[in-house]
Design a protein around this ligand. Structure first.
Ligand code: NAD
Ligand code: UDP
Length: 311
C-alpha cells in the first residue's frame, strides 16, 4: 500500500514508518519538525519506498498521488511541548485532523487518529475503559491538548458517520523508547537523562501518582493491527502494568547506579493521579497484548539515552 504518516519524524511516527517500510509498503511522512527531527528517520533516508515531506499538516498535505492509508500522528505530545505550543496543539487536533480526513475521503483511504489516554483526564474510573467519557478540565493548562484530541475524535466519528470514511481511533497510553527527545519533559526522558548525568531525579508532587508504560514497538504493532481491523470504536493501546513515579525513579536510579537520589518538585496543575488502560477491546478485536517487559524496554531505552548523552 501507499501510506501517509503525519508526524512521521517524531518519536512514535519514526518507529511506525520503519515498521511499515519493513512490511513492504511505500511510506510518505509529513512533518514540520516542530518537535520531531529528520534524524529520527535517518535509517530510511535513502530507501526507495520512503520519502519525507517538510510541511505543516495544519496548512495542508502537499503529497501527490493517491494514498491507501492515512495515519495522523502530527501533534505536540509532551506536556512541556503543548504548553509552549498551545495553538499549534489545538490546530493539530482540529485543522490538521480535518485535512487528513478530507484527504482520506478524496482518496477513498482508511484513516487512523492517534488519540490519547488524556481524553479520560484525571479519571474517576480505573482502569480506564473506552466507554468511560472522562474527567477533563476544559479550560486548564492541559486543555489545549486534551480538548483538541477530544474534538479530533468527534471530527473523526463525524466523517465516519456522515461521509462514510473508514476510520480508526487509537487512545495511546504513556509510551516510551529510543528517540524520545532528551529534553521533551516527559518523565522517562527526564529521569533517564538525569540518572545518566548523575543528577537527582525530579519527582513531581509526592510521586504516588501512577502511569502504565508501554514500549514503542508494542504500540506500533497495535496501531497497525488496529488500522487493518474493522474496529471503528476507539481502542486503548497501552501496557496495563501500573507503577508510581516513585517506583519508576527508584528503578532507573538502581538500573543506572545513580547515587544522587530524588528531589521533589511541585505537581503540575491537573496532573492525572492515576492511569492504567483496560485493554480487553484490543485483546478481543486485535489479538494484541504488550510483549516487551518493563525491565527489558527500559534497559534498551536507558542504553539509547546513554549513547545520545555520552556519544
Ligand atoms: P512527537 O512530538 O515525538 O511526535 C509528533 C510529531 O508530529 C513530531 O515529529 C512533530 O514535529 C510533528 N508535528 C507536530 N505538529 C505538526 C504539524 N502541524 N504538521 C506536521 N507535523 C507536525 O510525539 P510522539 O510521542 O511521537 O506522539 C505522536 C502522536 O501520538 C501524537 O499525536 C500524540 O498525541 C500521540 N500520543 C503519544 C503518546 C506517547 O506516550 N508517546 C501518548 C498518547 C498519545
Ligand atoms: N513527572 C515527574 N517528573 C518529571 C516529569 C514528569 O515526576 O520530571 C511526572 C508527571 O507529573 C506525571 C508523570 O510523571 O505525573 C508522567 O508525566 P509525563 O509528562 O511523562 O506524561 P503524562 O503526564 O502526559 O502522562
Amino acid at each position: 500500500m501507499r501510506i501517509l504518516v503525519t508526524g512521521g519524524a517524531g518519536f512514535v511516527g519514526s518507529h511506525l514508518c520503519e515498521r511499515l517500510v519493513a512490511d513492504g509498503h511505500e511510506v510518505v511522512a509529513v512533518d514540520n519538525f516542530v518537535t520531531g527531527r529528520p534524524q529520527n528517520v535517518a535509517s530510511l533516508r535513502d530507501h526507495p519506498r520512503f520519502s519525507l515531506v517538510e510541511a505543516d499538516a495544519i496548512v495542508g498535505l502537499p503529497v501527490e498521488g493517491r494514498v491507501d492509508r492515512v495515519f495522523h500522528l502530527a501533534s505536540p505530545a509532551s506536556p512541556i511541548d503543548y504548553v509552549e505550543l498551545p495553538f499549534e496543539t489545538l490546530f493539530a487536533g482540529s485543522d490538521a485532523t480535518r485535512n487528513c480526513l478530507e484527504r482520506a475521503l478524496a482518496d477513498g483511504a482508511r484513516f487512523l487518529l492517534a488519540s490519547t489516554s488524556e481524553v479520560y483526564g484525571d479519571p474517576a474510573v480505573h482502569p480506564q475503559v473506552e466507554s468511560y467519557w472522562g474527567n477533563v478540565n476544559p479550560i486548564g493548562p492541559r486543555s489545549v491538548y486534551d480538548e483538541a484530541k477530544r474534538y479530533a475524535e468527534a471530527l473523526t466519528m463525524a466523517f465516519h458517520r456522515y461521509k462514510q470514511v473508514e476510520t480508526r481511533i487509537v487512545r495511546i497510553f504513556n509510551t516510551y523508547g529510543p528517540r524520545m527527545r532528551v529534553n521533551d519533559g516527559r518523565v522517562v526522558p527526564a529521569f533517564c537523562s538525569q540518572a545518566i548525568t548523575g543528577k537527582p531525579l525530579t519527582v513531581f508532587g509526592d510521586g504516588l501518582q501512577t502511569r502504565s508504560f508501554c514500549y514503542v514497538s508494542d504500540l506500533v504493532d497495535g496501531i497497525i493491527r488496529l488500522m487493518e481491523s474493522d474496529l471503528t470504536e476507539p481502542c486503548n493501546l497501552g501496557n496495563p502494568s501500573e507503577r508510581t513515579m516513585l517506583d519508576l525513579a527508584q528503578f532507573i536510579n538502581a538500573h543506572t547506579g545513580n547515587a544522587a537520589g530524588l528531589t521533589h518538585r511541585p505537581l503540575p496543575k491537573d496532573d492525572p493521579t492515576r492511569r492504567k488502560p483496560d485493554i480487553s477491546r484490543a485483546r478481543a478485536h486485535l489479538g494484541w497484548a504488550p510483549q516487551v517487559e518493563f525491565e527489558d524496554g527500559m534497559g534498551r531505552t536507558v542504553a539509547w539515552f546513554r549513547e545520545v548523552l555520552e556519544g
